[in-house]
Every structure is written in structure tokens, then in C-alpha cells.
Design a protein around this ligand. Structure first.
Ligand code: NDP
Ligand code: MG
Length: 395
């Protein structure tokens, strides 16, 4: 395999795991030139990534950091850009394979730049798919882009989806997050540090909080529905604390195919990078006797209302899923900044959607038919969530 690559969000948790996979495969003699990398604000980590990967282009999202980024990258043979146009340029440059690992809807425009030129797009960023939904999938099809799911559950399904038209149901597994056994009273006073202390995965702060509320699984339910074309009713969620089975596909003959592995993002990343082949990576191997048992339990909707909220939005339309994800981004930000409690996150999402329903009902009446409409719904949901978060902080 020789494949040129770009990494959107190279300084994040998925970005860093992608660097590790590339370095390991390069050490095996594979040719993996790097075209472009991006970061938001962490100039030092961006410079370190450039030293390791030797990309041709590096983009920093914050335009005020351009001079600092130039300084940090001086001496390396890399062009530097800043701001939204530079992020899009990173996606648009001619790499065979693009890792989409920016967090949040901010990843949509650069990822779409890769989609529009028909690239292989390794999709870790779930928010951009949840945000733009069917429009994103249609664009990938129209431009001949290949979406390679990297989110571990969707990667698992992708690996065992041998007969897509003979599927009865999908089951997404969830670790249950750090508060799986906590009471609602305990959750009410949970701190950002506690919410980010995930028992099985080490991840960025936003997805860690989403895992604690189970909104992550809600977003993944929507992601699975859009990616694989199944309605909400055909997708189950089961809590599986060992995070060994990453998801399951149930076929019409009663067979159930699952993908299993130790929880390590390098596995789905390597799968996407080598696809349709497989590559050797030195991840910890699954030792079933050591694991001894795999357990499963139903998610508790009373303590974790996010899953139901996501189902409701999904069964409604793609405007509701755009709004859900945007409102959640604002609520998580407010929680991480200490401006609201943990239980307020889901409350804010619910209230923001209800507010839109009342004040801007037209926006949620139908699925967006253009990216401009997606942007309008996204922005309206952010405004509503900020208003509610502001009221909570003032109360
Ligand atoms: P991190 O927070 O660790 O990293 C996010 C990356 O995006 C960083 O490179 C960050 O730059 C960049 N970034 C943040 N905000 C912006 C912005 N406004 N514009 C441009 N770039 C920005 O996140 P993760 O790596 O954990 O997650 C990335 C995505 O992958 C998320 O959508 C997440 O849901 C998904 N995912 C992650 C998994 C994981 O194991 N971590 C598993 C499955 C999916 P900087 O460092 O400079 O701030
Ligand atoms: Mg996942």
C-alpha cells in the first residue's frame, strides 16, 4: 500500500493515534507521504506533528496564531495557513486519504472539501455527519467519495456488513461511561474532571463528556442510521462495560456478526488506512481467558435521557438532528467551563429544541435541503442553547 494522507485535527486524541499508526506502517517500509495537517490552537503540538510527519501544508484554525505557527514551523519545509479557508485547503489538497478528526461541526467544511474531490474519507468526526446528515451522504455519493467509518462502533459494523440487504437489525455497544453505576444525585454534582475520566477509552474532552451523558451513543445512533441507511427502530443500543464487542449486525437467518478487539482507536484507524487490505499494528491482543466474561445491560433512560432525545430527533427529521448536536456542543462547552452542572447538559439540549420548536418552528419543520439551511439550523440551535445556558448560569 502506498497512500498519501492528510489529517484534519492532527493534535487531538484521534489525530495522535493516527500519527502512531502512520509511523508504525512507515517503519514497516510503507510509503505514506503526508499532504496536510490541521490544528485549532495548539501550535506546539502542530509543530511536533509536522516534525514527525513532514507534511507539505499545515493549517491553524485560529487566525491570530498564524505568526506563532510560522515561527514554530520555520526550518521545516511546510507551507502554513490560518483560518477557515486554510482548514478547507487542507481537506482540498490532493491526498488519497483524509482523516476527519476535528471535533464538532467545525469539521464539516474541511471534511466536505475532501468529499467534494472524491477522496477516501476516514470519518472519526461524528458531529459533521450528524450535523449535515443525508446531505453529507448524498454529496459523498455524488462525488464518488468513500466514507470509511473510524468511530469504533461504526467501524465494527462496516467490517462485518457482508450482506447489507440481508440485515435485520444493528446493535451498537456502549461502555456506559464513567457514571454507569452512579445515582442521579451523584451525577448532579459531577465535575468536568470526573466526566472526562472514561473507564475504557482515553479521548478528547468533548467526546468524553458525551460518553458520560450517553449523548455520544445518541450521536452514534444517528451516525449509524445515516451511514448505513437503517431507521432508528432497527438500531438497538446495549451497555457492554468491557468495550470488547464494538458492535453487532443481526442477519435475517439469525446469524449475528460482531467485531471484537481491545479498546484502542489505532485498530479502526489502521483498518481505515489499509482498507480494503489490513495492516499489522502492535496493539494489545484480545485475551479472552483474561477477560473471563462479557456482560450486557439495558441503558437506563431515566439517568441518561440523551439517548431518547437522539432517537426522537432521528425519527423526526434531519433538522432536529442538526439542532440536537449543535445545542449539545454549546451545553458541553458550558459544562466544561464550569457554567452548568452535569445534568443541565441534557436539560439544555431539550429546552433548546423546545425553544426552537416554539420560536423558530419553521426551521425544524423539514430536513434541510442545502448546506446553507443546515448552517441556519445549527446557528439557531446554538443561539437557543447559549440563551438557556446563560439563564442557568445567572440563576
Ligand atoms: P480532541 O479534542 O482530542 O481533538 C480535536 C481536534 O480538533 C484537535 O486537533 C483540535 O485542535 C481540533 N479542533 C478543535 N476545535 C476546532 C475548530 N473549531 N476548528 C478546527 N479544529 C478544531 O478530540 P478527539 O480526537 O477525541 O475527537 C475528534 C473527533 O473524533 C470527535 O468528533 C469525536 O467524537 C470523534 N471520535 C473520537 C474518538 C476518540 O477515541 N477520541 C473515538 C471515536 C470518535 P487543538 O488541539 O489545537 O485544539
Ligand atoms: Mg464510538
Amino acid at each position: 500500500m502506498s497512500r498519501s494522507v492528510s489529517i484534519l485535527g492532527v493534535t487531538g486524541s484521534v489525530g495522535q493515534s493516527t500519527i502512531q499508526v502512520i509511523e508504525e506502517l512507515r517503519a514497516q517500509g510503507r510509503d505514506i507521504p503526508v499532504e496536510a495537517v490541521t490544528a485549532a490552537t495548539r501550535v506546539d503540538l502542530l509543530a511536533e506533528a509536522c516534525r514527525r510527519l513532514k507534511p507539505k501544508f499545515a493549517a491553524i484554525a485560529d487566525p491570530t496564531l498564524l505568526a506563532q505557527a510560522r515561527e514554530a514551523l520555520s526550518g521545516l519545509d511546510v507551507a502554513v495557513g490560518a483560518g477557515p479557508s486554510a482548514l478547507e485547503e487542507a481537506g482540498a489538497r490532493q491526498a488519497d486519504w483524509v482523516m476527519s478528526a476535528i471535533v464538532g461541526a467545525a469539521g464539516l467544511a474541511p471534511t466536505m472539501a475532501a468529499v467534494r474531490r472524491g477522496a477516501l474519507v476516514a470519518l472519526a468526526n461524528k458531529e459533521c455527519l450528524v450535523c449535515a446528515g443525508p446531505l453529507f451522504i448524498d454529496a459523498a455519493q455524488a462525488h464518488g467519495a468513500t466514507l470509511l467509518p473510524v468511530d469504533s462502533e461504526h467501524n465494527a459494523i462496516f467490517q462485518v456488513l457482508t450482506h447489507p440487504d440481508r440485515v435485520e437489525r444493528l446493535t451498537l455497544t456502549a461502555s456506559g461511561g464513567p457514571f454507569r453505576t452512579w445515582t442521579r444525585e451523584q451525577m448532579a454534582s459531577a465535575s468536568p474532571a470526573q466526566a472526562c475520566a472514561h473507564p475504557m477509552w482515553s479521548m478528547g474532552r468533548k467526546i468524553s463528556v458525551d460518553s458520560a451523558t450517553l449523548m455520544n451513543k445518541g450521536l452514534e445512533l444517528i451516525e449509524a442510521s445515516y451511514l448505513f441507511g437503517f431507521p432508528s427502530e432497527s438500531i438497538d443500543v446495549i451497555v457492554h462495560p468491557q468495550s470488547t464487542i464494538h458492535s453487532l449486525v443481526h442477519y435475517v437467518d439469525g446469524s449475528v456478526l460482531a467485531q471484537m478487539a481491545t479498546p484502542d482507536m489505532r485498530i479502526p484507524i489502521a483498518y481505515a488506512l489499509a482498507w480494503p487490505d489490513r495492516a499489522a499494528v502492535s496493539t494489545a491482543r484480545l485475551e479472552l481467558a483474561k477477560l473471563a466474561q462479557l456482560t450486557f445491560e439495558a441503558p437506563d433512560d431515566a439517568r441518561f435521557p440523551a439517548l431518547k432525545q437522539a432517537r426522537l430527533a432521528l425519527s423526526r427529521n434531519a433538522a432536529a438532528t442538526t439542532a440536537l448536536s449543535a445545542a449539545n456542543e454549546i451545553a458541553v462547552e458550558a459544562f466544561l467551563a464550569g457554567r452548568m452542572g452535569f445534568l443541565d447538559i441534557c436539560r439544555t439540549v431539550e429546552d433548546a429544541l423546545a425553544h426552537l420548536e416554539g420560536a423558530e418552528a419553521g426551521l425544524l419543520a423539514k430536513s434541510p435541503s442545502s448546506f446553507a439551511e443546515v448552517e441556519a439550523v445549527d446557528q439557531a440551535a446554538r443561539r437557543a442553547a447559549r440563551l438557556i445556558a446563560g439563564n442557568l448560569a445567572a440563576a
